[in-house]
Design a protein around this ligand. Structure first.
Ligand SMILES: [Fe+2]
Length: 165
């Protein structure tokens, strides 16, 4: 049976276990939130109505695909550190930092606003986590967060471009 300490398996990875445990906890918060963000973006993709319906329907789907890649990147960074990835839908629901998506029928620009709020919140978390990982001495995790921050910033720009004219 694998040796576990808290959320870690025994590994030859030479980062200190304390650092790997700290990063695993941080990355699991990110995993829950990014999985939630992916499903909320799909929720908007399916339910959007009104002006610019078709282009927003497609844009939201493209954003969901980008975010879906991050779900896998984050989960596999956890396991690369010897950690246990907490990646079910229920785990995401209980661990996400994002507000739930409203269920009323909403027009297209309201969906853009709701998504922009969530991309901005998640982007802030990712950007702050670059420094957290760097200070902990885990530059590879900092690099994962840098990549995610760049992608989420671009997604936010694509969303807000509908709101800024
Ligand atoms: Fe679809």
């Amino acid at each position: 049976m694998a040796t576990r300490t808290k959320n870690q398996v025994k590994t030859r990875h030479t980062l200190p276990q304390k650092t790997r445990t700290q990063m695993t906890d941080l990355l699991n918060t990110t995993l829950a939130s990014v999985f939630d963000l992916q499903s909320q973006t799909k929720q908007a993709h399916w339910n959007v109505k009104g002006d610019d319906f078709y282009q927003l329907h497609k844009l939201f789907d493209e954003l969901a695909e980008i975010v879906e890649d991050y779900v896998d990147t984050v989960a596999e960074r956890i396991t690369a550190l010897g950690g246990l990835a907490c990646g079910t839908v229920r785990m995401a629901a209980s661990g996400s930092m994002l507000a739930e998506y409203p269920t009323e029928v909403l027009d297209s620009m309201k969906h853009v606003e709701l998504l922009a709020d969530r991309y901005a919140a998640f982007g802030t978390h990712a950007r702050e986590s670059i420094d957290t990982a760097d200070k902990a001495g885990d530059q590879a995790t900092a690099d994962v967060y840098t990549e995610i921050t760049r992608g989420i910033d671009k997604a936010l720009y694509f969303l807000e471009a509908h709101l800024q004219a």
